[in-house]
Design a protein around this ligand. Sequence first.
Ligand code: ZN
Length: 228
Amino acid sequence: MDAEPLNDVPPDATPPPGPGLDDVPRRRALGGAATLLGAVALGAAGAFSIGRPPASAASRPPESYPPTHWIPASSANYTVSGRPGAYPVEYLVIHVTEETFPDTVKIFKDPKSKVSAHYAVASADGYVAQFVRERDIAWHAGNWDYNTRSIGIEHEGWVDRPEYFTDALYRSSARLAAAVCARYGIPADREHIIGHVEVPGSTHTDPGPYWDWDRYLELVTGHLTPGG
Ligand SMILES: [Zn+2]
């Protein structure tokens, strides 16, 4: 074992003259990191200023489940209806956003997006926002027939990044799903709680292979069982 190299460079060694071959890229990398941190900080601020009104300031549509926060989607992104009279509500469609929560909020509020979901659940803490009243038809399934007969729940994350599917996200979503199932008499099973990928004609793969269906249905069922 040879410890000599540790002493090869004196502590006060001067850097080579000029920019140096690896000096500029290193500075660029540092600048990039600083920019990234700034973006993360902005994103977090956006989550609170745009996507997360304090509970006391949130108004709720009459049928929403108590712990949700009402952040209305652009009226250009859903169809006003009178469900469950106009259409039976028979399915829950489970989605993964492929976007951050703040970006999901921006997309649903943008009249040009032509997309929405009734709810979205945040990864880190299970925060639930509602964007479309349950009586109205959100545009989430890519299939008009299924849109008319379903409630869409988005989950913050990516299909190939299972770390986004946190305990808080599963628990919060399952509580919401149980309330929706109870409200419309939807059986809490895989025939009625389906992934976007299972909607006929779907071109989407969400929620993907890492979504733990067994765990999710167990949590939903737990809320629907007396004393559960
Ligand atoms: Zn989807």
